[in-house]
Design a protein around this ligand. Structure first.
Ligand SMILES: [Fe+2]
Length: 274
């Protein structure tokens, strides 16, 4: 199982004074071309939210067009694209445009935009953390009850969880302020009880970050567009940093276990055999 993880493309972001240096659509297209160029095509491509900057209809169309043109195999499920919305999205509009990437389980709680799909014996569960018109995230009690039932039914089978607001404290003051405010402890208990969660993939933080929850790794991929400055001082303000975009590449087999790679999107010279 090879999983590509792209996040926070923020299609439609006005670069303002950074025009010419920050171009979300072009960056996403380069990331998709990078995925296409991999010698080993991924089975699944996860998108963990902030698909658009402000939820405009046209921006979801731009996102889908980028996939159709740069990674046409996705239309045949190669890779299978799965997505959740982020705090910058309008979840209903995202589902209208990208519904096939957001399969809603039949028993989803009312008003919860969770996602469930299976590929190659691995069960992918997308959790809805969006609080309307708020930057922070929450996991509501109804969704946690649904997740508890779902994980119980899967009885230890391999599971990948993905969500926009990752369940960790990064030490980046301004982002922790708008992080996952509720549901983290309950999620940790469910993950520990299930015992088969391979990883928990998130976005929102615009940096490559690793953590752990309930015995499972938490992996945050950088944005395909722009990163946030790494500043761990208490009270540090938010600042953009135009570090090279990266994608996450996560390889898992029952024999080998899990390895998480981050791969720079920009072309580099090489590789040269040594
Ligand atoms: Fe974002």
């Amino acid at each position: 199982m090879l999983i590509a993880h792209l996040t926070d493309p923020h299609i439609g972001l006005d670069p303002g004074p950074l025009a010419g240096r920050l171009a979300p659509e072009a960056s996403l297209r380069r990331a998709l071309a990078h995925v296409r160029s991999l010698g080993t095509p991924p089975d699944v491509l996860l998108l963990s939210g902030d698909l658009t900057e402000s939820g405009r209809e046209a921006d979801y169309g731009t996102l889908r067009a980028a996939f159709d043109e740069e990674l046409p195999g996705h239309q045949q499920g190669l890779p299978r694209v799965l997505a959740v919305a982020g705090n910058h999205d309008l979840p209903d509009r995202a589902r209208h445009w990208l519904g096939d990437w957001m399969p809603l389980p039949a028993d989803a709680p009312a008003g919860v935009a969770c996602v469930q799909a299976e590929r190659g014996g691995v069960h992918f569960i997308g959790l809805d953390t969006v609080v309307p018109r708020q930057p922070h995230g929450e996991l509501c009690a109804a969704q946690l009850d649904w997740l508890a039932r779902t994980l119980r039914a899967l009885a230890g089978q391999p599971v990948v969880l993905f969500l926009h607001h990752p369940p960790l404290t990064a030490g980046m003051a301004a982002m922790d302020e708008c992080g996952l405010r509720t549901g983290r402890d309950a999620l940790a208990r469910l993950v520990a009880e299930h015992g088969g969660v391979l990883l928990i993939a998130g976005g929102h933080l615009h940096r490559p970050i690793l953590g752990a929850l309930g015995g499972a790794p938490v992996v945050v991929a950088p944005s395909t567009s722009h990163q946030l400055a790494l500043d761990l001082r208490p009270g540090a303000p938010l600042a953009l940093q135009l570090e090279p975009p990266m994608i996450g590449l996560y390889r898992w087999t029952p024999q080998d276990g899990l390895a998480c790679h981050f791969s720079h999107v920009q072309p580099f010279d090489g590789p040269y055999p040594i």
